[in-house]
Design a protein around this ligand. Structure first.
Ligand code: PLP
Length: 409
């Protein structure tokens, strides 16, 4: 029987595929913003499973919903109806204003669903010639890992060796509105965009960029499809990041925190004109919209609202930026963020973000570098001021060199 961190690491490395490069911390328990490893060491989780656990680890209300529903009725398949799904749809409609929901499981599946919707809408409603639909996408995008999605990634590692790829995507520079204007043509079915690029390194586009895209979409009759799988559900200090520009997309894609980390739940939301393109048999998923997913999803949304997590994200996020802004270090290129979602971009001379993440791990704070030079700080939204101060002290300590960095690479 494995007992130590080394034992578990060895087990995983010996029998698992090596498609991740995780920090060597083996987590066995979690509660709120805290997790514990198999050696009994306690850490603050400042990654929050890429924003899937905005509600904090093992939130008792969501756990209860999972336990209750899974012991009563877990999976019906969509060949039959279940008594949870309609309630989940209604709650999402009341919360977002979109008239219809299509449920899937993972984020990538919901993105694929949106791509299908956009194409079929283009042919059957907009009148684009068959097989000519174009979808505009952006550099540094992250929308998941299916073969279609990695085919339009600008990250060579995500693509390399996995082609041939699906055609029909045009890659544009993120943040450049002129590029969108020039790319618009009658065959454009949709623009697929993250309002802030999380995996790209917490990249916030210029003010007005998203609202200009929204008006270009209107002008050229293309759908604006927002991937808010990571940015949505409170992460940025608003329920949805697009609210910062007072716009409304035609298609909204959610996942991750939609279940508070308890279960894979994703959805594509849209109004009738778009959703009506799907006829029975056009699209589906065995697990999509199952009763457990629906019950867990409802509890996860209730927790966000009832506990004021969006407001907390805004308030604590402002405080986080304020304190980090006072940090004077030659290592830092830029600090950017919105809500409890902050990227600390290090200068190349700093030697990469990973060794800082490893130093923070030794200090009891877990986070993950993204794109080599960015330390991403994204704790669960249930974090309180005292816990946040603790985390900021650790980050400042490591970045100002008070605590020695152990060379690991
Ligand atoms: C995580 C993520 C996805 C993919 O979700 P999976 O559940 O991992 O398939 C898609 N888009 C964005 C913006 C994400 O952060």
């Amino acid at each position: 029987m494995p007992t130590t961190t080394a034992d578990y690491v060895e087990l995983e490395d010996r029998y698992g595929a090596h498609n991740y490069h995780p920090l060597d911390v083996v987590i066995t328990k979690g509660e709120g913003v805290w997790v514990w490893d198999v050696d009994g060491k306690k850490y603050m989780d400042c990654l929050a499973a890429y924003s899937a656990v905005n509600q904090g680890h093992c939130h008792p209300r969501i756990v209860q919903a999972l336990v209750d529903q899974s012991s009563k009725m877990a999976l019906t398949s969509r060949a039959f109806r279940n008594d949870q799904l309609g309630l989940f749809y209604k709650q999402l409609t009341e919360m977002t204003g979109f008239s219809r929901t299509l449920p899937m499981n993972t984020g990538a599946e919901a993105v694929e669903t949106a791509i299908k919707a956009a194409r079929k809408w283009a042919y059957t409603v907009k009148g684009v010639p068959y097989n000519q639909a174009e979808i505009l996408v952006f550099s540094q995008n992250f929308h998941g890992r299916t073969t279609t999605i990695v085919g339009f990634s600008s990250d060579q590692q995500y693509r390399s060796g996995f082609g041939p790829f699906a055609p029909g995507f045009t890659l544009l520079e993120y943040g450049d509105i002129e590029a969108v204007r020039e790319a618009m043509n009658p065959n454009v079915a949709a623009v697929l965009i993250e309002p802030i690029q999380g995996e790209g390194g917490i990249i916030i586009p210029p003010d007005g960029y998203l609202s200009e895209i929204a008006s270009l979409c209107k002008e050229h009759r293309a759908l604006l499809m927002m991937d808010e799988i990571q940015s949505g559900l409170g992460r940025t200090g608003k329920m949805f990041a697009y609210e910062y520009e007072n716009i409304r997309p035609d298609v909204l894609i959610l996942g991750k925190a939609l279940s508070g980390g308890l279960y894979p739940v994703s959805v594509m939301l849209a109004d009738d004109e778009v959703m009506d393109v799907f006829q029975p048999g056009d699209h589906g998923s065995t697990y999509g919209g199952n009763p457990v997913a629906a019950a867990v999803g409802r509890a996860a949304l209730d927790v966000l609202v009832d506990e004021g997590l969006v407001e907390n994200s805004l308030a604590q996020g402002e405080y986080l930026m304020e304190r980090l802004g006072a940090l004077d270090s030659d290592l830092i290129q830029e600090i950017r963020g919105r809500g409890l979602w902050v990227g600390i971009e290090l200068r190349p001379e700093a030697g990469g973000a990973r060794r800082f993440c490893e130093a923070l791990q030794r200090e009891g704070l877990l986070c993950k570098e993204t794109h080599e030079h960015v330390i991403r700080i994204a704790p669960p939204l249930v974090i309180n001021r005292e816990e946040l101060d603790w985390a900021i002290d650790k980050v400042i300590g490591v970045l100002s060199g008070e605590r020695e960095l152990q060379a690991t690479t």
